[in-house]
Design a protein around this ligand. Structure first.
Ligand code: UT7
Length: 334
Protein backbone atom coordinates (compact mmCIF):
# COMPACT_ATOMS: atom_id res chain seq x y z
CA UNK A 1 0.00 0.00 0.00
CA UNK A 2 1.26 3.47 -0.88
CA UNK A 3 1.52 6.22 1.74
CA UNK A 4 -0.92 9.07 1.14
CA UNK A 5 -0.68 12.68 2.26
CA UNK A 6 -2.05 16.17 1.65
CA UNK A 7 0.07 17.96 -0.96
CA UNK A 8 -2.11 21.05 -1.39
CA UNK A 9 -4.76 22.84 0.66
CA UNK A 10 -7.11 25.75 0.14
CA UNK A 11 -10.25 27.29 1.54
CA UNK A 12 -12.89 29.87 0.76
CA UNK A 13 -15.64 31.57 2.76
CA UNK A 14 -18.22 34.03 1.44
CA UNK A 15 -17.45 37.69 2.13
CA UNK A 16 -20.64 38.54 3.98
CA UNK A 17 -20.17 38.47 7.77
CA UNK A 18 -23.14 38.20 10.15
CA UNK A 19 -22.26 39.04 13.76
CA UNK A 20 -24.15 38.01 16.88
CA UNK A 21 -25.33 41.61 17.17
CA UNK A 22 -26.77 41.35 13.65
CA UNK A 23 -28.68 38.25 14.75
CA UNK A 24 -30.06 40.09 17.77
CA UNK A 25 -31.94 42.31 15.30
CA UNK A 26 -34.22 39.52 14.13
CA UNK A 27 -33.96 36.56 16.57
CA UNK A 28 -34.63 36.45 20.29
CA UNK A 29 -30.98 35.98 21.26
CA UNK A 30 -28.07 37.82 22.83
CA UNK A 31 -24.41 38.07 21.89
CA UNK A 32 -23.53 37.23 25.49
CA UNK A 33 -25.54 33.96 25.36
CA UNK A 34 -24.03 32.85 22.04
CA UNK A 35 -20.44 33.64 23.07
CA UNK A 36 -20.67 32.08 26.52
CA UNK A 37 -22.55 28.93 25.38
CA UNK A 38 -20.74 28.33 22.09
CA UNK A 39 -17.71 30.63 21.60
CA UNK A 40 -19.15 31.84 18.27
CA UNK A 41 -18.89 35.59 17.56
CA UNK A 42 -19.72 35.76 13.87
CA UNK A 43 -20.24 33.60 10.79
CA UNK A 44 -19.90 34.03 7.00
CA UNK A 45 -23.13 33.66 5.07
CA UNK A 46 -23.37 33.03 1.32
CA UNK A 47 -25.60 35.33 -0.75
CA UNK A 48 -28.88 33.88 -2.05
CA UNK A 49 -27.45 33.21 -5.50
CA UNK A 50 -24.28 31.45 -4.29
CA UNK A 51 -24.66 27.65 -4.14
CA UNK A 52 -22.30 25.32 -2.29
CA UNK A 53 -20.67 24.29 -5.58
CA UNK A 54 -19.23 27.83 -5.81
CA UNK A 55 -17.61 27.56 -2.37
CA UNK A 56 -16.30 24.09 -3.25
CA UNK A 57 -14.98 25.30 -6.61
CA UNK A 58 -13.14 28.23 -5.03
CA UNK A 59 -11.63 26.05 -2.29
CA UNK A 60 -10.71 23.32 -4.78
CA UNK A 61 -9.07 25.79 -7.14
CA UNK A 62 -6.93 27.20 -4.31
CA UNK A 63 -5.89 23.71 -3.19
CA UNK A 64 -4.87 22.73 -6.73
CA UNK A 65 -2.92 25.98 -7.14
CA UNK A 66 -1.21 25.34 -3.80
CA UNK A 67 -0.24 21.84 -4.99
CA UNK A 68 0.73 23.19 -8.44
CA UNK A 69 -1.47 20.57 -10.07
CA UNK A 70 -3.58 21.22 -13.15
CA UNK A 71 -7.30 20.33 -12.93
CA UNK A 72 -6.85 18.00 -15.94
CA UNK A 73 -4.54 15.85 -13.82
CA UNK A 74 -7.11 15.17 -11.09
CA UNK A 75 -8.37 11.56 -11.14
CA UNK A 76 -11.20 11.86 -8.64
CA UNK A 77 -13.14 14.60 -6.86
CA UNK A 78 -15.06 13.86 -3.66
CA UNK A 79 -17.32 16.53 -2.19
CA UNK A 80 -18.44 16.05 1.40
CA UNK A 81 -21.61 18.04 2.01
CA UNK A 82 -25.09 17.90 3.51
CA UNK A 83 -26.13 20.99 1.57
CA UNK A 84 -25.59 19.96 -2.07
CA UNK A 85 -26.70 22.18 -4.94
CA UNK A 86 -29.31 19.55 -5.82
CA UNK A 87 -30.44 16.14 -4.56
CA UNK A 88 -28.89 15.13 -7.88
CA UNK A 89 -26.71 15.55 -9.88
CA UNK A 90 -23.84 15.34 -7.43
CA UNK A 91 -22.18 18.63 -6.50
CA UNK A 92 -18.79 16.98 -7.18
CA UNK A 93 -19.74 16.64 -10.89
CA UNK A 94 -20.61 20.35 -11.05
CA UNK A 95 -17.33 21.27 -9.36
CA UNK A 96 -15.35 19.01 -11.73
CA UNK A 97 -16.97 20.77 -14.66
CA UNK A 98 -16.19 24.26 -13.28
CA UNK A 99 -12.58 23.30 -12.62
CA UNK A 100 -12.14 21.71 -16.04
CA UNK A 101 -11.18 18.40 -14.39
CA UNK A 102 -12.14 16.50 -17.51
CA UNK A 103 -10.84 13.06 -16.63
CA UNK A 104 -11.97 13.10 -13.00
CA UNK A 105 -14.51 10.70 -11.56
CA UNK A 106 -16.72 12.59 -9.13
CA UNK A 107 -19.15 11.82 -6.33
CA UNK A 108 -20.61 13.32 -3.19
CA UNK A 109 -20.31 11.83 0.25
CA UNK A 110 -22.62 12.57 3.16
CA UNK A 111 -21.37 12.25 6.72
CA UNK A 112 -22.38 15.64 8.10
CA UNK A 113 -19.70 17.40 10.10
CA UNK A 114 -17.53 14.26 9.89
CA UNK A 115 -17.70 14.54 6.10
CA UNK A 116 -14.17 15.77 5.48
CA UNK A 117 -12.63 12.98 7.58
CA UNK A 118 -14.76 10.37 5.78
CA UNK A 119 -13.79 11.92 2.43
CA UNK A 120 -10.02 11.93 3.03
CA UNK A 121 -10.26 8.36 4.33
CA UNK A 122 -12.16 7.35 1.18
CA UNK A 123 -9.96 9.29 -1.25
CA UNK A 124 -6.81 7.91 0.34
CA UNK A 125 -7.83 4.33 -0.42
CA UNK A 126 -7.77 5.01 -4.17
CA UNK A 127 -4.19 6.27 -3.97
CA UNK A 128 -3.00 3.69 -1.43
CA UNK A 129 -4.20 0.92 -3.75
CA UNK A 130 -2.60 2.46 -6.83
CA UNK A 131 -5.96 3.03 -8.56
CA UNK A 132 -5.48 6.82 -8.77
CA UNK A 133 -2.62 9.30 -8.36
CA UNK A 134 -4.41 12.54 -7.53
CA UNK A 135 -7.63 12.96 -5.56
CA UNK A 136 -9.24 16.31 -4.71
CA UNK A 137 -11.27 16.17 -1.51
CA UNK A 138 -13.58 19.06 -0.64
CA UNK A 139 -15.74 19.78 2.40
CA UNK A 140 -18.28 22.46 1.60
CA UNK A 141 -21.49 23.70 3.17
CA UNK A 142 -24.10 26.41 2.81
CA UNK A 143 -25.98 25.59 6.00
CA UNK A 144 -27.50 29.06 5.95
CA UNK A 145 -29.80 27.81 3.17
CA UNK A 146 -31.39 25.10 5.32
CA UNK A 147 -31.66 26.95 8.62
CA UNK A 148 -34.88 28.14 10.18
CA UNK A 149 -33.83 31.71 10.86
CA UNK A 150 -36.56 31.99 13.48
CA UNK A 151 -35.24 29.07 15.54
CA UNK A 152 -32.69 30.56 17.93
CA UNK A 153 -31.61 27.12 19.14
CA UNK A 154 -30.03 26.37 15.74
CA UNK A 155 -29.70 29.46 13.54
CA UNK A 156 -27.01 31.11 15.68
CA UNK A 157 -24.69 28.10 15.42
CA UNK A 158 -23.85 27.62 11.76
CA UNK A 159 -21.98 29.28 8.90
CA UNK A 160 -21.00 28.73 5.26
CA UNK A 161 -17.62 27.83 3.77
CA UNK A 162 -15.47 25.39 1.85
CA UNK A 163 -12.11 23.73 2.39
CA UNK A 164 -10.15 21.40 0.11
CA UNK A 165 -7.14 19.10 0.09
CA UNK A 166 -5.22 17.47 -2.75
CA UNK A 167 -4.19 13.90 -1.93
CA UNK A 168 -1.19 12.17 -3.50
CA UNK A 169 1.38 9.53 -2.66
CA UNK A 170 4.05 10.73 -0.21
CA UNK A 171 7.29 9.28 1.23
CA UNK A 172 7.06 6.26 3.49
CA UNK A 173 6.45 7.18 7.12
CA UNK A 174 4.60 10.38 6.16
CA UNK A 175 0.98 11.18 5.37
CA UNK A 176 -2.02 9.48 6.95
CA UNK A 177 -0.90 7.04 9.63
CA UNK A 178 -4.37 5.93 10.71
CA UNK A 179 -8.10 6.52 10.33
CA UNK A 180 -10.95 5.78 12.70
CA UNK A 181 -14.52 6.05 11.41
CA UNK A 182 -17.81 5.17 13.05
CA UNK A 183 -21.57 5.57 12.93
CA UNK A 184 -24.70 5.02 15.00
CA UNK A 185 -27.89 5.47 12.99
CA UNK A 186 -30.03 5.09 16.11
CA UNK A 187 -29.16 8.75 16.78
CA UNK A 188 -30.19 9.85 13.30
CA UNK A 189 -33.15 11.91 14.45
CA UNK A 190 -31.01 14.04 16.80
CA UNK A 191 -29.74 16.12 13.89
CA UNK A 192 -31.60 15.99 10.61
CA UNK A 193 -33.40 17.71 7.76
CA UNK A 194 -36.64 15.70 7.99
CA UNK A 195 -38.34 16.62 4.69
CA UNK A 196 -37.36 16.61 1.05
CA UNK A 197 -36.21 12.99 0.80
CA UNK A 198 -38.07 9.77 -0.01
CA UNK A 199 -39.40 9.28 3.53
CA UNK A 200 -41.06 12.67 3.68
CA UNK A 201 -41.20 14.12 0.16
CA UNK A 202 -41.53 17.86 -0.35
CA UNK A 203 -45.06 19.22 -0.15
CA UNK A 204 -46.67 22.51 0.75
CA UNK A 205 -47.38 21.01 4.17
CA UNK A 206 -43.72 20.12 4.84
CA UNK A 207 -42.70 23.62 3.85
CA UNK A 208 -45.38 25.13 6.07
CA UNK A 209 -44.08 23.08 9.01
CA UNK A 210 -40.47 24.09 8.32
CA UNK A 211 -39.49 20.45 7.89
CA UNK A 212 -36.93 21.33 5.20
CA UNK A 213 -34.84 23.11 7.78
CA UNK A 214 -32.18 21.71 10.08
CA UNK A 215 -33.62 20.25 13.28
CA UNK A 216 -31.42 19.43 16.22
CA UNK A 217 -31.67 18.18 19.76
CA UNK A 218 -28.67 20.24 20.82
CA UNK A 219 -28.24 18.88 24.33
CA UNK A 220 -28.18 15.25 23.19
CA UNK A 221 -25.73 16.01 20.37
CA UNK A 222 -23.60 17.91 22.87
CA UNK A 223 -23.37 14.94 25.25
CA UNK A 224 -22.52 12.57 22.41
CA UNK A 225 -19.87 14.96 21.07
CA UNK A 226 -18.12 15.42 24.40
CA UNK A 227 -17.85 11.65 24.84
CA UNK A 228 -16.85 10.75 21.29
CA UNK A 229 -14.22 13.44 20.59
CA UNK A 230 -11.85 12.22 23.30
CA UNK A 231 -12.53 8.51 22.69
CA UNK A 232 -11.99 8.58 18.95
CA UNK A 233 -8.84 10.73 19.23
CA UNK A 234 -7.27 8.23 21.62
CA UNK A 235 -8.31 5.30 19.41
CA UNK A 236 -6.86 6.77 16.22
CA UNK A 237 -3.58 7.58 18.00
CA UNK A 238 -3.35 4.03 19.30
CA UNK A 239 -3.91 2.70 15.76
CA UNK A 240 -0.98 4.83 14.60
CA UNK A 241 1.19 3.54 17.44
CA UNK A 242 1.30 6.99 19.04
CA UNK A 243 0.30 8.56 22.34
CA UNK A 244 -1.39 11.87 23.11
CA UNK A 245 1.96 13.47 23.98
CA UNK A 246 2.97 12.96 20.31
CA UNK A 247 0.28 15.39 19.07
CA UNK A 248 1.73 18.61 17.63
CA UNK A 249 -1.61 19.98 16.46
CA UNK A 250 -5.22 19.00 17.13
CA UNK A 251 -7.81 20.14 14.61
CA UNK A 252 -11.23 19.38 16.09
CA UNK A 253 -14.58 19.92 14.44
CA UNK A 254 -15.60 23.48 15.28
CA UNK A 255 -19.11 23.15 16.72
CA UNK A 256 -18.86 24.57 20.20
CA UNK A 257 -15.88 25.74 22.27
CA UNK A 258 -17.23 23.84 25.29
CA UNK A 259 -17.12 20.57 23.31
CA UNK A 260 -13.55 21.30 22.19
CA UNK A 261 -12.49 22.24 25.73
CA UNK A 262 -13.90 18.98 27.09
CA UNK A 263 -11.94 16.98 24.49
CA UNK A 264 -8.75 18.92 25.21
CA UNK A 265 -9.18 18.30 28.92
CA UNK A 266 -9.70 14.60 28.30
CA UNK A 267 -6.58 14.41 26.11
CA UNK A 268 -4.63 16.59 28.56
CA UNK A 269 -2.93 18.48 25.75
CA UNK A 270 -1.86 22.09 25.87
CA UNK A 271 -4.55 24.46 24.48
CA UNK A 272 -1.92 26.12 22.28
CA UNK A 273 -1.79 22.90 20.25
CA UNK A 274 -5.47 23.20 19.37
CA UNK A 275 -6.73 25.06 16.32
CA UNK A 276 -9.88 27.10 16.99
CA UNK A 277 -11.67 29.20 14.40
CA UNK A 278 -15.32 28.76 15.37
CA UNK A 279 -15.36 32.28 16.82
CA UNK A 280 -15.00 33.64 13.25
CA UNK A 281 -17.00 31.10 11.26
CA UNK A 282 -19.42 29.20 13.50
CA UNK A 283 -20.00 25.55 12.68
CA UNK A 284 -19.37 25.03 8.94
CA UNK A 285 -20.03 21.28 9.19
CA UNK A 286 -17.89 19.42 6.61
CA UNK A 287 -15.93 22.62 5.86
CA UNK A 288 -14.87 23.33 9.46
CA UNK A 289 -11.86 21.00 9.64
CA UNK A 290 -10.33 21.75 6.21
CA UNK A 291 -10.76 25.51 6.65
CA UNK A 292 -9.05 25.25 10.06
CA UNK A 293 -6.27 23.12 8.55
CA UNK A 294 -5.69 25.64 5.77
CA UNK A 295 -5.66 28.57 8.20
CA UNK A 296 -3.23 26.78 10.51
CA UNK A 297 -0.90 26.11 7.60
CA UNK A 298 -1.13 29.70 6.32
CA UNK A 299 -0.37 30.94 9.86
CA UNK A 300 2.85 28.90 9.92
CA UNK A 301 1.61 26.57 12.66
CA UNK A 302 2.46 23.40 10.72
CA UNK A 303 5.97 22.10 9.96
CA UNK A 304 7.32 19.08 8.08
CA UNK A 305 6.96 15.95 10.22
CA UNK A 306 4.34 17.38 12.59
CA UNK A 307 1.77 14.95 13.95
CA UNK A 308 -1.71 16.36 13.29
CA UNK A 309 -4.89 14.81 14.62
CA UNK A 310 -8.15 15.83 12.94
CA UNK A 311 -11.33 14.71 14.69
CA UNK A 312 -15.02 15.29 14.06
CA UNK A 313 -18.58 14.18 14.81
CA UNK A 314 -21.90 14.90 13.21
CA UNK A 315 -25.25 13.86 11.87
CA UNK A 316 -25.80 10.18 11.28
CA UNK A 317 -24.63 10.01 13.96
CA UNK A 318 -21.10 9.76 12.63
CA UNK A 319 -17.63 10.30 14.00
CA UNK A 320 -14.14 10.08 12.62
CA UNK A 321 -10.51 10.98 13.13
CA UNK A 322 -7.19 10.68 11.36
CA UNK A 323 -3.54 11.02 12.26
CA UNK A 324 -1.46 12.82 9.66
CA UNK A 325 2.32 13.12 9.67
CA UNK A 326 2.70 16.31 7.72
CA UNK A 327 4.54 16.67 4.46
CA UNK A 328 3.40 18.50 1.35
CA UNK A 329 5.94 16.79 -0.88
CA UNK A 330 4.21 14.36 -3.21
CA UNK A 331 5.92 11.55 -5.07
CA UNK A 332 5.70 12.03 -8.81
CA UNK A 333 5.24 8.51 -10.17
CA UNK A 334 4.18 9.12 -13.79
O1 UT7 B 1 -21.70 19.71 14.39
C1 UT7 B 1 -22.69 19.04 15.10
C2 UT7 B 1 -23.83 19.95 15.26
N1 UT7 B 1 -24.20 20.53 16.46
C3 UT7 B 1 -23.60 20.64 17.63
O2 UT7 B 1 -22.53 20.21 17.85
C4 UT7 B 1 -24.33 21.32 18.73
C5 UT7 B 1 -24.21 20.62 20.04
N2 UT7 B 1 -24.97 21.28 21.06
C6 UT7 B 1 -24.60 22.49 21.56
O3 UT7 B 1 -23.61 23.05 21.16
C7 UT7 B 1 -25.44 23.07 22.67
O4 UT7 B 1 -26.33 22.11 23.18
C8 UT7 B 1 -26.24 24.35 22.23
C9 UT7 B 1 -25.28 25.49 21.97
C10 UT7 B 1 -27.05 24.04 20.99
C11 UT7 B 1 -27.20 24.77 23.35
O5 UT7 B 1 -26.47 25.00 24.55
P1 UT7 B 1 -27.02 24.47 25.94
O6 UT7 B 1 -26.10 24.94 26.97
O7 UT7 B 1 -27.22 22.99 25.78
O8 UT7 B 1 -28.38 25.24 26.08
P2 UT7 B 1 -29.87 24.67 26.18
O9 UT7 B 1 -30.31 24.09 24.89
O10 UT7 B 1 -29.98 23.83 27.41
O11 UT7 B 1 -30.67 26.01 26.46
C12 UT7 B 1 -30.50 26.76 27.67
C13 UT7 B 1 -31.40 27.96 27.61
C14 UT7 B 1 -32.85 27.62 27.27
O12 UT7 B 1 -33.67 28.49 28.00
P3 UT7 B 1 -34.37 28.00 29.35
O13 UT7 B 1 -35.24 26.84 28.97
O14 UT7 B 1 -33.26 27.61 30.28
O15 UT7 B 1 -35.15 29.21 29.80
C15 UT7 B 1 -32.95 27.97 25.79
O16 UT7 B 1 -34.26 28.31 25.42
O17 UT7 B 1 -30.95 28.85 26.58
C16 UT7 B 1 -32.04 29.15 25.71
N3 UT7 B 1 -31.50 29.38 24.37
C17 UT7 B 1 -31.09 30.59 23.94
N4 UT7 B 1 -31.05 31.80 24.52
C18 UT7 B 1 -30.56 32.82 23.81
C19 UT7 B 1 -31.30 28.47 23.39
N5 UT7 B 1 -30.76 29.07 22.31
C20 UT7 B 1 -30.62 30.39 22.63
C21 UT7 B 1 -30.11 31.50 21.94
N6 UT7 B 1 -30.11 32.69 22.57
N7 UT7 B 1 -29.63 31.41 20.68
Amino acid sequence: MRNVGIVGIGSYVPENVVTNLDLEQFVDTKDEWIVSRTGIKQRHIAPKDMPVSELCYQAGLRALEDARIAPEDVDLIIVATITPDYAFPATACLVADRLGAKKAAAFDLEAGCTGFIYAVATGSQFIASGTYKTVLVIGGETLSKILNWKDRSTCVLFGDGGGAAVLQQVEEGFGFLSFELGSDGSGGSLLSQPAGGSKCPASSETVEKNLHTLQMEGKEVFKFAVRIMGDVSLKVLEKAGLIKEDIDLLIPHQANIRIVDAAVKRLKISPDKVVINLDKYGNMSAASIPVALDEAFQAGLISEGDIIVMVGFGTGLTWGACVLKWTKVGIKND
